[in-house]
Ligand binder design. Structure first.
Ligand SMILES: [Zn+2]
Length: 221
């Protein structure tokens, strides 16, 4: 089991740490810095949202995130229990455990698993882009959950037919239920539009259908 390291108080103590414990100490330090590093990336992603998006997220209480090296099922259940809510069901736990990030509406918090295998082996620019993508995606979910209307939700399958091909394929292969499709579209498009904005793009992209652009303006500002 991993635990936090207490700094040795003298060289003498450092020298007497058994080899087996030294190995554990290295693992813990790496794990902590991975979480801290991902947290810094999320902070930059939050800054890059700009004042309007941040204000929208603030208005729905969605400003908190928690980067962890735990599976997200366990992390979410621990937070839910400490907030006096029931833990996740077994099937929710399995789904959360597989996730790289989740938006937990009950707690209004975004959780990100900094040690998810999808982050393994990425170089620095790719990691920056991948972690920011997860954060923007989950903030997109938060906005979608609060700002889409029933009509938008029931049009999910139809909206998917006019979505950019990569996003549509992604969502189709994800096995989402009908009423989750619009939320997934908003979350995916929000992350994509934020990445585009970070790279200097602005306004409606040529490749985005009007109906989807209008949905994004309505839900994410
Ligand atoms: Zn999603």
């Amino acid at each position: 089991m991993r635990r936090r390291v207490v700094e040795p108080t003298s060289n003498q103590e450092q020298l007497t740490v058994p080899r087996r414990l030294q190995a554990e100490v290295e693992v813990v330090i790496v794990a902590d810095s991975v979480v801290e590093h991902a947290d810094q990336i999320v902070k930059r992603a939050w800054q890059d949202l700009g004042p309007e998006h941040r204000a929208l997220l603030e208005s729905i209480g969605a400003t908190q995130w928690h980067v962890t090296n735990k599976l997200l099922g366990a992390a979410a259940s621990a937070l839910l229990i400490s907030a006096g809510s029931p833990a996740l069901s077994a099937s929710q736990t399995r789904a959360f455990d597989a996730a790289i990030g989740v938006w937990v509406p009950e707690l209004r918090v975004t959780l990100i698993n900094a040690e998810h295998r999808k982050f393994d082996g990425l170089d620095e620019p790719s990691l920056e882009a991948a972690v920011a993508d997860v954060a923007w995606h989950e903030w997109g979910h938060a906005l979608s959950v609060h700002r889409t209307e029933n009509d938008d939700i029931s049009k999910g399958a139809q909206l998917l037919t006019i979505a950019p091909r990569g996003i549509a394929e992604n969502i189709r292969s994800g096995g989402y239920r009908r009423r989750e499709i619009t939320h997934e579209l908003v979350a995916n498009l929000f992350a994509l539009l934020m990445a585009r904005r970070r790279a200097g793009g602005d306004g409606k992209p040529e490749w985005l259908e009007d109906e989807l652009w209008n949905l994004m303006k309505k839900t994410t500002g």
